[in-house]
Design a protein around this ligand. Structure first.
Ligand code: BG6
Length: 493
């Protein structure tokens, strides 16, 4: 056990426990929590799904998953020994109330004694029935919580149906809607950078900031997930949740504390201030595009429509660039350019705060003063860079200056600290009952109001998406989006 670890008495039941997310992310996260000493002696970890697997086969599946998805150096036979003793597997059909009895028996009286987290890592249409059937067999108490994975619906209406069904069983305080971006260390660090330093807040507004850019670029395509993805597209899959959450953390006002209610209240204000785009606004301010065949790192890769399971006439977007506006005093006139895409040349996520030019230059004519930029690199190679003008040392006449960068590299500065995966942090927070890093129902709904305006216009329109070859930085239209305003995307692209 690590010196600060405090054991949390809590069972975890994962619906969809043999699915991709559970094996790739959730169980490795729980293994790390075990290793770090957070899981208490009697806690159970139970996989549940329709497949008839049995405990032994499930344990084997989890072990194979850990082999593949945790670092070799993190493997510890003794930890596996205690971790595997907690594991169990129960076949449960979300829509069959009787099948929940097996789960009740497996949890036994421990269910009454310690908290239980139900992690719904399933398709959203099962959220309602699963909650209802948990209640049906008496598996809900003051000490139970439910975690909902995205997507919560396809639009405002369907998200309300899901949220209503879950709310029939769980009060809002026990519902944890996960957005794994909020569990990333560097995303949490945004709160620290903004609110634990006196430096930034006074300049954090339209008086000093010219524009904000948020980019989440991925190299992967949608191979293997075509069925899910084609129904979703980049706007629903990334922008409506991950990118809007990042926007909230950049744009929110100072919360009165780090309490969940305080932080979420500020985020909700931002989401409610987002300008809903008119059809004309969508045509002008949103770029939707799909990747075609191209070259990534010297290898030819198929276009979106030719991926496994693909269909030749799909117009689903794999890239979106959008100019969003937060209509309040602080941000009036500051565009927030959001951009995400698959099959781009590099994987990185970053937030760029572009400051305004100095009001007046005292330097010799012809001196190019570049305005300050704060670049927060969320992944990979997490860093915070502040670009500023600096005198070039030497005896040259006048005052030659050039842009330089103050650079805080997280891996260098915190080399001795293991950076936990987002899911470790988030699962531990649910076990502890802390919902600061989770998404309130009002946030989901406000985000859908904004996204629906775009989706509705796309649906009504007969226009094709733009196309970009895999391995490029997206369509020309994405560059024109910023160029039209006399701006450009941060130079890392
Ligand atoms: C998921 C999306 O929520 O986030 C995926 O469904 C995407 O399409 C993934 O690839 C990106 O997450 P990360 O943590 O790899 O940036």
């Amino acid at each position: 056990m690590t010196s600060q670890a405090k054991q949390v008495p809590c069972n975890v039941v994962i619906f969809g426990g043999n699915g991709d997310l559970a094996i790739r992310k959730l169980l490795p996260a729980l293994y790390h929590l075990e290793k770090d000493g957070y899981v208490c002696g009697s806690a159970r970890i139970i996989g549940a799904s329709r497949t008839d697997l049995g405990k032994e086969k499930y344990t084997q599946l989890v072990k194979e998953g850990l082999d593949q998805f945790i670092d070799r150096s993190d493997w510890d036979e003794a930890i596996w020994e205690s971790f595997s003793k907690r594991l169990d597997y129960i076949a449960v059909d979300a829509k069959d109330p009787d099948s929940f009895q097996g789960l009740k028996d497996a949890l036994g009286h421990e269910f009454e004694e310690q908290g239980t987290v139900y992690y719904l890592s399933t398709a959203p249409q099962f959220f309602g029935p699963t909650c209802e059937n948990l209640a049906h067999v008496g598996l809900i108490s003051d000490n139970t919580r439910v975690v909902l994975e995205k997507p919560i619906g396809k639009d405002l209406e369907s998200s309300k149906v899901i949220n209503d069904a879950v709310a029939k069983v769980f009060p809002e305080k026990d519902i944890y809607r996960i957005d794994h971006y909020l569990g990333k260390e560097t995303v949490q660090n945004l709160l620290a950078v903004r609110f634990a330093n006196a430096l930034f807040e006074p300049v954090w507004s339209n008086t000093h900031i010219d524009n904000v850019q948020i980019t989440v670029a991925e190299t992967v395509g949608v191979g293997g997930r075509w069925g899910y993805y084609d129904d979703s597209g980049a706007l629903r899959d990334m922008i409506q949740n991950h990118l809007l959450q990042l926007l909230c953390l950049v744009a929110m006002g100072v919360p009165v504390s780090l309490d969940p209610e305080a932080v979420r209240a500020e985020k909700i204000k931002v989401l409610k201030s987002l300008k809903t785009l008119s059809p004309e606004g969508v045509r002008r301010n949103v770029v939707r595009a799909q990747y075609t065949e191209g070259n990534m790192d010297g290898k030819q890769v198929p276009g979106y429509r030719s991926e496994d399971g693909g269909e030749t006439d799909s117009t689903t977007e794999t890239f979106v660039a959008v100019k969003a506006e937060v209509q309040n005093w602080r941000w009036r006139g500051v565009p927030f350019y959001l951009r995400t895409g698959k099959r781009l040349p590099a994987r990185f996520s970053e937030i760029v705060i572009q400051f305004k030019d100095v009001p007046h230059s005292i330097f010799p004519a012809g001196t190019h003063l570049r305005s300050n930029k704060l670049v927060i690199r969320l992944q990979p190679e997490e860093s915070i860079q502040l670009s500023m003008m600096n005198k070039i040392p030497g005896l040259s006449e006048g005052m030659p200056v050039m842009p330089v960068s103050l650079n805080l590299s997280m891996p260098d500065r915190f080399a001795e600290v293991r950076v936990p995966e987002a899911y470790e942090r988030l699962i531990l927070d649910v076990m502890r009952g802390n919902s600061t890093l989770f998404v309130h129902r009002d946030e989901v709904e406000a985000a859908w109001v904004w996204a629906d305006a775009i989706l509705n216009e796309w649906q009504a329109s007969t226009a094709e998406p733009h196309y970009y070859p895999a391995g490029s930085w997206g369509p020309q239209a994405a560059f024109e989006l910023t160029a039209r305003d006399g701006r450009s995307w941060h130079e890392s692209t």
